[in-house]
Design a protein. Sequence first.
Length: 173
Amino acid sequence: MVEFPEVQAWLSDVQGTTWAAWFQAVISAAAILAAVWIASSQGRRGEKSLRKEREEVVRNASELADRILAGLDLAVERLAGRHQGQARSNAGLAATRMAVETLATYNFAVVRDAAVVSNIHVIVHSAFVVLSQIDDLEGASSSASTQPLGLERPKASLEIVRRAVEHLKTMKG
């Protein structure tokens, strides 16, 4: 065993109150280190939980955006088909409109990536534009006009929605 005569001499000269002060200093340092470790551990767990929450919000928004895109696709196809003599059907359009409104009211505060939030806003805005254009065309098609429906605008707006939805799938919250 290695001996340190200076340390042994000092330890033998230490009085009771000095021992108490040293003991308190060591315990205080250990308590500070434990507090730092606990705070760091909780911070990592909190960040991991927040990251999972962000990913879930983006995943849910992406799934909803897919449903919106499918509904808008179907509505434009039906509108084109109606022009060709098919029956009018608005069954899916109300659900699509509700899905767009739901996505518009999502709370994206947890998503820190501004590009993701901006992309979702593009989807919502463009989807509302397509819905408005469909409404306008339905109004025009219900009149006695035999003019061909101008589907270029809703198809172009639908393409913006499609690209934004595809881009959203590649993003992380």
